[in-house]
Design a binder for this molecule. Structure first.
Ligand code: GLN
Length: 493
């Protein structure tokens, strides 16, 4: 197998035993990027030179038998994370020239663990979207079928890992943005529990929902990367001060005796038959491995899209007020007054979807409408949280599809934001309740697009998700290493 297709674990062993150097590994990944990036278009900023310095450093440590858990491993980062000295655009023109003066906490953590940061990958503008088509700069392609979307908003992260352009990536998930692109691209994605990972240095979209998480080739790598990312951070008061378990030990613990709940509302009209078939096949595999399968109900699921798009937009309208042309990024040259300059900057800098959310959010929070929209949505949110509490009284992990359909064609939904919002129906409740959620590949559509299985757990139950996901991965044994859309493009060793 080519170096660029291997897992963190395999490469970690090869690096530690000096079978390969970090500089050689980096070169293999850069060659792959050269070969496929013209098609995939995952990167917004590639920092080959910076990566080379980091790889040389890693080799020095490895030669002494030192180095952390990610020493010498090339990773990509969603462009929503602040990286000191490296441009951070959030997929938006308003931040096109923004070079942060500091690193996000997770960036510090992976650097301390020895990771080599290749660069910043594409995303929907300010993480608003489900297809990555809302990026102001480039729209990545699905490596399995390049006429299809890769999902969003962490589309560049998922596509870069699936295409062999990074060994793993970090994405963010506010309503599904790690799990859904992972599902569409055939990789493993985890949204950890709210509070598990520090968000210091993550550009905020909706602060009561946002969470950072790992996107990897397999389940064991996902556990390993979460291990490095997780933990309390004094600089993020929403990060929880609670011990971080050893996730790796949970991966092979199996599903014997676990009760897996199928939320009946998730198997409703609108779920594509081939998605349902793949999900049900995975459920049978889990039953065969010793899990007990029960049906549960999450009765308020039908309201989650409406509640989410009010709450997320309300928070976004407040968070995005800071982009005014004074302190960050783009500033319009027009405008005789401060107000006119703000207005011109924001009109030029934000794309249509971001403007739509700011308008919806401002409206929902405005006096006279607050009770009817924001307050009502918050009440619905409480009902959704109660639904989960009841479900977890009878089962350990919830199992479903990640998305109602496989990836769709590029352009198919761009003029229909409501349909795009509705496609988030299976992932956004997780965020409203602050729970951990995961996507693991469980099959392919008739046209060769990957399909993901979603696992949702109770707060801080990431270990159970890893255990269940690993059984699916091991028993199905899908070969996800050669995305069909990139066949023949090659890219070295
Ligand atoms: N698709 C959802 C939205 O557009 C979720 C995005 C996300 O998780 N960042 O808001």
């Amino acid at each position: 197998m080519e170096l660029y297709n291997r897992t963190i674990q395999e490469l970690g062993n090869m690096l530690a035993s000096r079978q390969v150097s970090s500089v050689e590994l980096l070169q293999a990944v850069l060659d792959r990027i050269t070969a496929v990036e013209g098609t995939v278009q995952a990167y917004l900023t590639l920092d080959a030179e910076g990566a080379r310095h980091q790889a040389e450093n890693a080799d020095r440590l490895l030669a002494k038998g030192e180095g952390g858990m990610l020493c010498g491993i090339p990773l990509s980062l969603k462009d929503v994370l602040c990286t000191k000295g490296l441009r951070t655009t959030c997929g938006s023109k308003i931040l096109e020239p923004f070079v942060p003066p500091y690193n996000a906490t997770v960036v510090e953590k992976i650097k301390d663990a020895g990771a080599v940061i290749l660069g910043k990958v594409s995303m929907d503008e300010f993480a608003m979207g489900s297809s990555n088509e809302n990026c102001a700069f480039s729209v990545p392609r699905n490596p399995w079928r390049t006429d299809c979307v890769c999902g969003g908003s962490s589309g560049g992260s998922a596509a870069s890992v699936a295409a062999g352009e990074a060994v793993a990536s970090i994405g963010s998930d506010t309503g599904g943005s790690i799990r859904q692109p992972a599902s569409h691209c055939g990789v493993v994605g985890l949204k950890p529990t709210y509070g598990r990972v520090s968000r210091y240095g993550l550009v905020a979209y909706a602060s009561s929902l946002d969470q950072l998480g790992p996107i990897t080739r397999n389940v064991a790598d996902n556990a390993l990367l979460l291990q490095v990312m997780a933990g309390h951070d004094q600089r993020d008061s929403t990060s929880v001060d609670r011990p971080v378990p050893h996730y790796g030990s949970a991966v092979e613990s199996g599903v014997k005796g676990l009760r897996l709940g199928l939320p009946k509302e998730y198997f409703a009209k609108g779920l594509a038959p081939e998605v349902e078939a793949a999900v049900r096949q995975a459920i049978e595999v889990l039953r065969g491995a010793g899990a007990e399968i029960v049906t549960v109900s999450l009765p308020h699921t039908e309201y989650c899209v409406a509640a989410y798009y009010i709450i997320a937009s309300a928070e976004a309208s407040s968070n995005l007020a800071r982009f005014d042309g004074v302190r960050y990024g783009h500033r319009a040259q027009e405008g005789d007054t401060l107000q006119a300059m703000y207005s011109a900057t924001r009109s030029q800098g934000f794309g249509d979807e971001v403007k739509r959310r700011i308008i919806i959010g401002t409206y929902a929070l405005s006096s006279g409408y607050y009770d009817a929209y924001y307050k009502k949505a918050s009440q619905v949110r409480s009902l959704i949280i109660d639904d989960y509490q009841q479900a977890f009284a009878t089962c350990d992990v919830l199992v479903s599809a990640v998305a109602p359909t496989p990836a769709w064609r590029l352009g198919e939904m761009v003029d229909d934001p409501l349909s795009m919002y509705l496609s988030d129906i299976l992932t956004i409740s997780t965020n409203l309740a602050g729970l951990p959620g995961m996507s693991v590949p469980c099959g392919f559509s008739s046209t060769g697009l990957p399909i993901g299985l979603q696992l949702q757990g109770a707060h801080f139950q990431e270990e159970r998700l890893f255990a269940v996901a690993r059984v699916v991965e091991r028993e199905l044994g899908l070969d996800l290493s050669q995305p069909a859309g990139l066949t023949g493009l090659g890219g070295g060793r």
